[in-house]
Design a protein around this ligand. Structure first.
Ligand SMILES: Cc1cc2nc3c(=O)[nH]c(=O)nc-3n(C[C@H](O)[C@H](O)[C@H](O)COP(=O)(O)OP(=O)(O)OC[C@H]3O[C@@H](n4cnc5c(N)ncnc54)[C@H](O)[C@@H]3O)c2cc1C
Length: 373
């Protein structure tokens, strides 16, 4: 499959399944049909190596697909984003059998990093891993995991077993005994992505479920998870923004003030808002493309760009979708223009960790020459 083939395939699944079910998914239904269709087409294995049956494509191709999916359905876009983030870790550190399952589209994974205790400081889990014979016992109160109760596995953080360091990562099977899901997800936006808490009480995994070295979780989070999550979540939100701009422009171009015999787009104020929305969206998309180029070329500013891109997409997301709501008036406040879903979905970007304020802290440190982490 070439680069353009993966996008063509994604577009036809979006048109046939993901877009038509977006409103139902927004009612809180997990996008199982869309994810299964992406899996059947090989797109859940987009980042998987060819040697395990995957497409062997990179972050740029994944970002293209996530952006398109996010534009049609933010919930499905985020489920796919988190799947790719988990799959990238498993691809680097996981067992071959799981890598093959992901490559053939038979396995959805996700990240279970955030915890009730350390909250958005995902790099500092308080949850534990303790030896239990030839196995390892995991106990945790995870505060959020996209695809909670739905995924086939969780890339899971705990305090190290014996080594020093902030954390160790594990692959926890989705149906492991000892896992429970204390509350269903009922959020403002991304309502279909099942971002619920997970509890582990006396959960046993084999010792070889460890992903990477004991105590090596932080390095994997920074070296692997961070670039994937920052870039792919930004791509999802840019898809959401683009959809909001397109729908707002179409609404103001067709909606008439009949007594004046003119459209909303005849009003200079409305046109100026549409222009601001387009500029912001194009700016952040250009930054995404530059971030991908920086990462691919190993440019010295790659880490800075990776930190910037999600903060930029999140800030633009709030501003652009708020303007979309304004220019479409009361019609947008109802569901008829389809913009309020994008507005609600876009607002999750600010609080998904690293949150925008955490990113400002990291970026400020980097720019001032201070140690970032
Ligand atoms: C839709 C959705 C999906 C999610 N999916 C996943 C997932 O798949 N896996 C996962 O592990 N997690 C996931 N999360 C959790 C997410 O990554 C964050 O951990 C969570 O949103 C943080 O919420 P909190 O209430 O714990 O924030 P808190 O940590 O309580 O933060 C509250 C405020 O304090 C600010 N703050 C905290 N520390 C600092 C600081 N040092 N400097 C400046 N400001 C600071 C934050 O920016 C925020 O504004 C998801 C969250 C959402 C909303």
């Amino acid at each position: 499959m070439t680069d353009s083939q993966h996008l063509q395939t994604a577009r036809s699944i979006i048109a046939e399944i993901i877009e038509p079910s977006a409103i139902e998914v927004d009612r809180g239904i997990y996008p199982r049909a869309g994810m299964e269709a992406l899996g059947r087409a090989g797109l859940l294995g987009l980042l998987s190596a060819r040697e395990v049956g995957g497409l062997g494509l990179g972050l740029r191709a994944a970002a293209e697909v996530v952006e398109q999916v996010g534009a049609a359905c933010g919930s499905t876009g985020m489920v796919l984003c988190m799947h790719y983030c988990g799959a990238a870790v498993i691809e680097q550190h996981g067992a071959r059998a799981v890598r093959e399952d992901i490559a053939r589209g038979a396995h959805i994974t996700t990240l279970a990093l955030s915890e009730v205790g350390s909250r958005s400081h995902f790099w500092a889990p308080g949850s534990t891993a303790t030896p239990a014979g030839d196995r390892v016992r995991l106990d945790a109160d995870k505060s959020w995991s996209t695809s909670a109760g739905q995924a086939d596995s969780y890339v899971w953080s705990s305090q190290p077993l014996a080594a020093s360091g902030l954390s160790t990562l594990w692959l926890v099977p989705g149906r492991a005994e000892g896992l429970s899901f204390p509350a269903a997800f009922d959020g403002l936006g991304l309502r279909g992505n099942s971002s619920a808490p997970i509890r582990a009480a006396g959960l046993l995994v084999p010792a070889d479920a460890r992903l990477g070295p004991d105590g090596g979780g932080f390095d994997i989070m920074i070296g692997n998870v961070l670039p994937h999550f920052q870039i792919l979540s930004a791509a999802c939100y840019i898809g959401i923004l683009g959809a909001a701009v397109d729908k707002a422009a179409a609404h103001v171009a067709r909606t008439r003030l009949s007594h004046l015999d003119q459209t909303l787009a005849s009003l200079p104020t409305i046109r100026a808002y549409i222009a601001r929305m387009r500029i912001k969206t194009d700016m952040v998309r250009a930054l995404l493309l530059d971030t991908l180029s920086a990462v691919e070329a190993g440019r010295p500013d790659a880490t800075l760009r990776v930190l910037e891109i999600k903060a930029a997409a999140a800030e633009a997301g709030v501003e652009v979708t708020e303007l979309a709501m304004r220019v479409c008036g009361g019609a947008a406040y109802r569901k008829e223009v389809g913009i309020e879903r994008h507005f609600r979905d876009a607002n999750a970007a600010t609080v998904m960790s690293p949150t925008t304020d955490l990113l400002y802290d990291f970026i400020g440190k980097a720019v001032c020459g201070l140690p970032v982490f």
